[in-house]
Every structure is written in structure tokens, then in C-alpha cells.
Design a protein around this ligand. Sequence first.
Ligand code: MN
Length: 130
Amino acid sequence: MKRNILLIEDNEQNRYLATFLLEQHGYKVFSAPDGLSGINMAKAFVPDLILLDIQLPTMDGYAVAQALRDIESLRKTPIIAVTSHAMLGDREKTLAAGCDGYIEKPIDPETFVQEIESMAFPSSTNKEIS
Ligand code: MN
């Protein structure tokens, strides 16, 4: 069965690239351009994974992560932060906000999906262990 991924990202090019790469790997991708619509979609669809941009208009990714973690049906849904913040301490901030992992932009098409899978679905990436 196809896994559903919710992508919360305000940048259209990043949304396009991430969606393209994930769909190539068999995922079904829903996307939202801002935190509030992302939270509403997450409630409605209960995705298998949420990819969350940190730099978002109105409500930043930290606030979105905290709000998602307060929703009972989403407590166990992996949230991976995708951000161009490459500053020291950001990883800790995303984890403190409730994210399970952190991936840096720019998106590397060669490694993006594999990195996400190893953080979000570690048991299904056994093939990567040699
Ligand atoms: Mn952004």
C-alpha cells in the first residue's frame, strides 16, 4: 500500500521537487503552502509522515510541529523538518518542537528520499544496511 506524505512547504519549487522525488519512489504526496492549512490537512488525512519546512509565513515550523504534536491522532506520526537554517542549535530546536529528524536544504535529489526513509521508516530501510 502506498504511504501518504504530507508536505508543508511555502516554496513552490521545493514543493515541486520534493513531490516529484517522493512520487518517483511510490509515495502519495499531499501538500500545503502554510502551517494552518497543513495542520488541517494532517487532521483530515492522518499521513504516514509529515515533512515540515521551518521557514513558513505566519506560523513557523516550530509552532506547526508543536501544534501537530498536540493532536492525539498525530502523536506517533513522524515529522521531519526540512530547512535551510544551517545554524548550530537548529537541530535541537526542531527536536524540542517535536520533530523526529532534520534534513537540510537545498534538497539533494540523489539522497533526499533515502535520508527521509532512514529517519521516518527505519525498519523498512534494512536493505541499506550491508
Ligand atoms: Mn519556506
